[in-house]
Design a protein around this ligand. Sequence first.
Ligand code: SAH
Ligand code: DHB
Ligand code: MG
Length: 219
Amino acid sequence: MKNDQWNDVDAYIEETIVGSDEALQAALDTSVAEGLPAIAVSPAQGKFLHLIARLIHARSVLEIGTLGAYSTIWLARALPNDGRLISLEVNAHHADVARKNIARAGLSSVAEVRLGAALETLPKLRNEAPFDVFFIDADKVNIPEYFRWSIDLGRSGSVIIVDNVVRDGALADPNTKDEAVLGVRRLHEMLRNEPRVTATTIQTVGMKGYDGFTMALVN
Ligand code: SAH
Ligand code: DHB
Ligand code: MG
């Protein structure tokens, strides 16, 4: 479903207003060189995450799914010098590449990668909660669990963003057998009746195709 015009417009947006720099570009380039999949958020989305964190004056971020730390760098740059970002990653090679990219960006004192399956590492974060911003971007099957954990590890006013919830429109397919789609559908069913958050889902197109994100505010 990727479309040339969507790519062109994303490139135009990046070139005009998003901007890039050596550390962000190196995070993407080393990810390719190290064989990581090219599935980081787009530059425009990265800056959007950065803006969300700035808008709420976030001091702490919990990211689930690090990859090469591209989104991590955007989010960590939104934090004050004494802010803190923890990013959970199950793949040791991804974590290794990510740590180098965080260091190159000068963010090692703010951003930290914790290696392990998120469902194992999340219960160990209680002492470090609450977090102001959550970015859920790991395996899609466990999205409902990650969302529950985010509510638990958040506070009133925390923002939870979930990537890749529209999936080429499959979100609305009641007959899907795709585990990832079932994950994002379960998230929506859960949000139908979840008084602890106020949420919406926004469809997006761009260099990553047709997808979308859910954004929730913890009440
Ligand atoms: N947020 C990144 C992209 C993350 S891609 C960015 O936009 O730049 C998804 C990542 O989640 C991959 O690195 C994958 O290894 C990791 N992942 C998959 N399952 C996971 C799990 N159970 N726990 C933690 N990380 C997981
Ligand atoms: C995939 C994962 C992502 O987080 C993403 O943004 C795009 C694709 C994937 O697993 O294919
Ligand atoms: Mg994603």
